[in-house]
Design a protein around this ligand. Structure first.
Ligand SMILES: [Zn+2]
Ligand SMILES: [Zn+2]
Length: 190
């Protein structure tokens, strides 16, 4: 990469012996190769702005969002396992003698809903881990949105909807979006 000539002689404020590789896209401070944090969309950030983006404002809510996503995912998953349990009970006629057609219908509804919940619950557990690691922004939003599908089947729409709205408020914040998939700080080479 070729750098603009006006940066060529600039020096890093942290490391006066090192030449700057560029200026921070946010505040314009020069940074050397060891200090500069590449931004996902190109350009770079100085250490102070990078740190602020990772910890300031709404990004401080990410651990909370991660925990809530985990809890909601676990609840939906448990509900799925419960439904599969009911499905198995139907199969073995645990509810006493019934019309076979009624039994099949019950098994189908509980079995289908159970698998559906297990998928959504697993997606949200995964999203909880991704939020913690700040990876795959779009996957996280899709997993939170998948909770809305529980609306068709049960009352877990209420926590899922609340989680989705809370998640969007945090995730749509620019600083938060920028902190996802941001490259880790480059190793300091002398
Ligand atoms: Zn900066
Ligand atoms: Zn430096």
């Amino acid at each position: 990469m070729d750098h603009a000539p006006e940066h060529a002689a600039a020096r890093c404020p942290q490391h006066p012996e090192a030449l700057a590789v560029g200026a921070c896209a946010r505040c314009g401070t020069f940074a050397c190769a060891a200090c500069a944090h590449p931004e996902p969309g190109g350009g770079l950030r100085c250490p102070a702005c990078w740190q602020r983006a990772r910890t300031g404002g709404f990004t401080s809510q990410l651990p909370v969002l991660s925990t809530l996503t985990f809890i909601n995912g676990a609840l939906v998953l448990l509900l799925g396992l419960f439904s599969v349990g009911v499905f198995i009970a139907f199969l073995f006629s645990a509810f006493g003698e019934r019309d076979p057609e009624e039994r099949d219908l019950g098994a189908l509804i509980y079995g289908g809903a159970g698998l559906f919940y297990i998928l959504i619950g697993a997606a949200q557990l995964y999203a909880g881990a991704l939020i913690r690691r700040r990876q795959r922004y779009r996957t996280v939003i899709a997993a939170l949105a998948s909770g809305l599908l529980t609306a068709f089947t049960c009352y877990c729409i209420i926590p899922s909807l609340a989680l989705f709205i809370y998640g969007l408020i945090i995730l749509l914040n620019k600083e938060v979006a920028d902190s996802f998939d941001a490259a880790p700080p480059p190793a300091h080479t002398s």
